[in-house]
Design a binder for this molecule. Structure first.
Ligand code: 6PG
Length: 465
């Protein structure tokens, strides 16, 4: 009997998933580009329920897996993945499945899927969230690919996934690039949530003048409330930590320049291509970009005067409300982008199920996701999550706080890109008559682009000379 699954790539995520599979009793064949990584991995896997075998040669690795084969690749996305498909393809047979479990651009996943279409080999693009800890003990997984591939992989995926009240946090969300798209949007929402947490921290640090541990205590209080979530939990940890080298709060020795690998940016690019704007996510991506211009910001602080005005320091309750409203609005934007993609690519994405598989295991897991799933299962006017009755009620309660926080930040000259973008989106959506009549008038005035009238059918032009 061959192995149930092959895992290629023994980096952090690959080895954690392989150990998770072995722990659940699956027989796992492993391989790695650098063969010297295999033995240490086998030592680590020793004693787990599933038999684990290591193979330095790709052909031996493939031969060790029971047909029809399921092979999970946990390698860098992009060129390495294409090279790997080329290398493994001749060794595979009809019905075998290749899974790319990395953070890949869904456009590349669709192209790889097309390239393998008709060869009998199935390609799956799978988003895996939860970091090393999640991969080892229960990630959230978003699977895109054929029904055949899913039926092969499903028992293993459900066994290793995080569970929310017994429900495995994994789903076959759609065909070809759907899984990687959903993971990309997950990461976009992750960017927005982290940026909003950082903005709230900024108010407490810069306007209230609190020490990190005091701000950490606020996040600690929020852990069990309406904002209960993994990111709020670890915000409390980050603010409570002390640098062993200097004895200072850890946060105070971390340079304020954020890195990014691209998934947040992809969300924004794809949103714009689909005629959407996930503005809170966009603000978060942009803020990371600005953060890396550290020297320019230091020079600008000395050169520019913000014209700050008198403001009322936001209360903890208002900050909590702002974070709650911001979180709802940024998720709603993410779901809106997924709806647009689902329509454009004919994916039939089930938003309620996506919210459900994010309830545990992934980085954005939060108490709100259960409510988002319920919102999508109920009547949803215009298909917009913010119009679900439960969300209307939550937003009504939280909006005054968000508004006061954004207003205070604006008066104080305290940057709040994501929370203010979320509020601007809310206010734009909540206005039946917007100001695009002016845009249309201007377009027609300078370029005869035409406009629709409110009282007649067809395209019209204004009486400009
Ligand atoms: C997850 C994370 C994970 C990773 C991101 C971080 O869901 O487990 O999103 O995929 O941490 O790639 O991305 P940045 O480096 O761009 O912040």
């Amino acid at each position: 009997m061959g192995a149930d699954i092959g895992v290629y790539g023994l980096g952090t995520m690959g080895s954690a998933l392989a150990l998770n599979l072995a722990e659940r009793g699956f027989a796992v064949a492993v391989s790695n580009r650098e063969p010297e990584w295999i033995d240490p991995f086998l030592k680590e896997a020793d004693g787990l329920d599933g038999a684990v075998s290591g193979h330095a040669e790709l052909s031996d690795f493939v031969a060790a897996i029971q047909a029809p084969r399921t092979i999970l690749f946990m390698i860098p996305s992009g060129k390495p993945m294409d090279a790997m498909i080329d290398a493994v393809r001749p060794l595979l047979a009809e019905g075998d499945t290749v899974i790319d479990g990395g953070n890949a651009d869904f456009n590349a996943t669709r192209a790889r899927n097309d390239a393998l279409d008709g060869t009998g080999v199935h390609f799956v693009g799978m988003g895996v969230s939860g970091g090393e800890e999640g991969a080892r003990h229960g990630p959230s997984m978003m699977v895109g690919g054929s029904d055949h591939a899913w039926s092969q992989f499903r028992p293993m995926a459900e066994a290793i996934a995080a569970k929310f009240e017994g429900d495995p946090c994994v789903a076959h969300v759609g065909p070809d690039g759907a899984g990687h798209f959903v993971k990309t949007v997950h990461n976009g929402i992750e960017y927005a949530d982290m940026q909003m947490i950082a903005e709230v921290y900024g108010v407490k640090r810069d306007l209230a003048g609190l020490a990190p541990a005091q701000i950490g205590a606020m996040f600690e209080r929020w852990k069990t409330g309406r904002l209960s979530s993994y990111l709020i939990e670890i915000a409390a940890d980050v603010l409570g930590a002390v640098d062993p080298e200097t004895g200072k709060p850890m946060i105070d020795v971390i340079r304020d320049a954020a890195g990014q690998k691209g998934t947040g940016r992809w969300t924004v690019i794809e949103a714009l291509k689909l005629g959407q704007s996930a503005s809170a996510i966009e603000a978060a991506v942009g803020a990371r970009g600005w953060s890396s211009e550290k020297e320019a910001r230091v020079a600008a602080e000395a050169a520019l005067s913000p014209g700050a005005q008198e403001y009322a320091l936001p209360s903890e309750g208002d900050l909590e409300a702002a974070m709650l409203a911001g979180r709802i609005l940024s998720h709603a934007q993410g779901f809106r982008v997924m709806t647009a993609a689902s329509d454009a690519f004919d994916w039939s994405l089930d938003m309620a199920r996506i919210a459900e598989i994010w309830r545990a295991g992934c980085i954005i897991r939060s108490a709100l996701l259960d409510q988002f799933a319920d919102a999508f299962r109920g009547a949803l006017p215009q298909g917009h999550m913010i119009l679900a009755p439960s969300m209307v009620a939550l937003l009504e309660e939280a909006l005054p706080g968000l508004r006061r926080v954004v207003a205070a930040a604006s008066l104080a000259g305290q940057p709040m890109p994501a929370l203010s973008a979320a509020l601007a989106w809310h206010d734009s959506m909540a206005k039946g008559r917007g100001t695009a009549d002016m845009i249309q008038g201007l377009r027609d005035r300078f370029g005869a682009h035409g406009f629709e009238r409110v009282d007649q059918e067809g395209q019209h032009h204004g009486p400009w000379a």
